[in-house]
Design a binder for this molecule. Structure first.
Ligand code: AMP
Length: 369
């Protein structure tokens, strides 16, 4: 029996969460409902997740002593963002089980390793190439064609660390601007829509996928998610099967999100995997109000060694992110019939900063009318 399989929390036990953003906050709130405590580890003294837990560690991820003390205080450790430094996870996993497992972070922190992994499973992605020099970029463009998308292998999010390359662009300049030595070039996918699947996998290998979500981005940041996605049933089933296959192949415990493109093809639409997020995900926030069990609760259940729930969706659901100054409109949202408002308790609403979200159940977003 592995260390992971031995995790079986009981009410009153404590979960350690690395990261103090809104995802950590919503995980801690879901845990509290199940009688579990959480302790947050975050270097940011303004972490919104600190507000909802009794015990918090405010320290750097390089602070070994703080990590050790944190590990001693908790029964299992999880994280709310995928760029947790590997060195921190190494220190922690010597003391307590860390779920999802640290080998998963190695795969999902690196776009090349992730694409190789997905490809080995026989699952489609955009054509891609490993690029480490300007000359390598020119060769990759010759093979993959234009337009294409160059992305840093590590630490990219919300469209950061990536650029579209079009006919007539200067690859040398784009390479210099990217300022990295390791990147991948991907074929540009003229997608019909973007979708994601939130999947949960338990310690004993049971998988539960939510209905496929359709996502709209604005300035590279998720703006609206709708569930279910307006795609044929067979395609939705395929997307959910892909997410389950990935979770199984990773030996995953917890919730993950798989972002995909839907591409119109002569023989019918097909899905290509864009990215795996080894954590609860913004496109799953609708599950808080739109399903009987939220993605946050599923994650807590999985890492606690508890049975997963069978989530039932309450109807067509729309989730709208409140980004930057949009949070100032919260009083209007509070009066929208049927809307549920979530405010993350973050300080300053900087442009692009996710400050809250609103869920609406029913066919149309009333706020948009
Ligand atoms: P990512 O950081 O990989 O999730 O990409 C952010 C967003 O950029 C995606 O949600 C897409 O809207 C767009 N994008 C990323 N890769 C591609 C691609 N290969 N083709 C077309 N659009 C892309």
């Amino acid at each position: 029996m592995t260390e992971t399989n031995r995790v079986k929390l009981k009410p009153g036990d404590t979960i350690g969460i690395l990261g103090g953003g809104q995802l950590g906050r919503m995980l801690a709130m879901a845990a509290a409902r199940l009688g579990l405590r959480c302790q947050i580890f975050s270097p940011d003294p303004e972490s919104p997740a600190f507000d909802v837990v009794l015990n918090a560690t405010c320290a750097e991820y390089a602070d070994v002593e703080a990590l050790e003390l944190f590990a001693n205080d908790v029964d299992v450790i999880t994280y709310e963002f995928e760029n947790v430094p590997a060195s921190a996870v190494l220190v922690l996993s010597a003391r307590r089980p860390v779920l999802p497992d640290r080998k998963i972070l190695e795969t999902t922190q690196d776009r090349l390793a992730e694409k190789d992994f997905v490809t080995r499973l026989g699952i489609g992605t955009a054509d891609y190439a490993d690029v480490s020099t300007a000359a390598g970029l020119r060769e990759a463009i010759a093979r993959i064609g234009l337009p294409s998308v160059i992305k840093t292998r590590r630490f990219g999010y919300d469209g950061k660390g990536q650029a579209i390359i079009r006919e007539g662009d200067d690859p040398d300049r784009i390479w210099d601007d990217l300022g990295t030595k390791s990147a991948i070039l991907e074929a540009f996918i003229p997608f019909e829509r973007e979708i994601s699947v939130i999947a949960a996998r338990s310690v004993d290998g049971h998988v539960e996928c939510y209905d496929v979500t359709e996502n709209e981005h604005r300035d590279h940041i998720l703006k609206v998610s709708r569930a279910p996605a307006a795609i044929p049933d067979a395609l939705a089933e395929e997307a959910r099967h892909i997410a389950g296959t990935i979770a199984g192949a990773l030996g995953y415990v917890g919730v993950l999100a798989v972002e995909m493109f839907v591409l119109a093809e002569a023989g019918g639409p097909k899905v290509l995997v864009n990215e795996i997020a080894p954590r609860v995900h913004n496109s799953g926030h609708w599950t808080l109000d739109g399903a009987s069990i939220s993605q946050f609760e599923q994650h807590i259940r999985a890492i606690a060694g508890w049975p997963l729930g069978k989530p039932v969706r309450h109807g067509p659901v729309t989730m709208t992110n409140l980004i930057g100054d949009e949070i100032n409109d919260y009083r209007r949202w509070l009066t929208v019939p049927g809307a549920t408002v979530h405010i993350y308790g973050k300080g300053t609403p900087r442009p692009g900063r996710k400050m809250g979200h609103v869920t609406e159940i029913g066919l149309h977003s009333k706020a948009a009318e």
